[in-house]
Design a protein around this ligand. Structure first.
Ligand code: SF4
Ligand code: SF4
Ligand code: SF4
Length: 147
């Protein structure tokens, strides 16, 4: 998208639309029909762009759709990112059995999303959590996971 010279519409506009659609999916707003849209748009961009840049730019989309279809499907159906990379689809969660109640996570949380008594299992309020990851880094007991 950034390297497009803008001379032809399929590359100039098509890559922007592809990017928007991918972004939409990573935010959990996609639908199964979007996967067909992604594929069709990619093929049109490849077939109608004037030079090699536009003719190859959708390749990563097509190859990941081909080889990691189940990951895309997870994003548009159950709204989960199996690789744990899409921030909007992540949830930080404390496994009560692993938590010793040391309070270290609560002390580093920048938005006070973690509550719990000392020596008791803690919990994270997903409504407040901004998914910064500081608690997971701090916990020495592998009690915090991303799910
Ligand atoms: S396909 Fe080539 S000519 Fe067309 S906008 Fe992209 S870079 Fe420019
Ligand atoms: S840092 Fe880990 S063990 Fe300590 S309170 Fe938080 S989740 Fe529990
Ligand atoms: S991910 Fe960040 S904001 Fe969320 S609970 Fe952990 S420390 Fe707090």
């Amino acid at each position: 998208m950034e390297e497009s010279c803008g001379k032809c519409a399929p590359c100039r506009i098509g890559n922007k639309r592809l990017h928007e659609l991918l972004d939409h999916i990573t935010k959990g707003k996609g639908t199964p029909a979007d996967l067909d849209r992604l594929k069709n748009m990619s093929i049109v961009i490849k077939d109608t762009s004037l030079c090699g840049l536009g003719q190859s730019s959708p390749n990563p989309v097509l190859s990941t759709l081909e080889n990691f279809r189940e990951e895309y499907e997870s994003h548009v159906t159950i709204k989960k990112c199996p690789a744990g990379q899409c921030r909007d689809l992540m949830e930080y969660f404390i496994i009560a059995e692993n938590c010793v109640g040391c309070t270290a996570c609560a002390r580093v949380c920048p938005v006070n999303a973690i509550t719990g008594e000392r020596k008791e299992p803690h919990s994270i309020n997903p409504e407040i959590c901004i998914k910064c990851g500081a608690c997971k880094e701090k916990c020495k007991f592998d009690a915090i996971i991303i799910r």
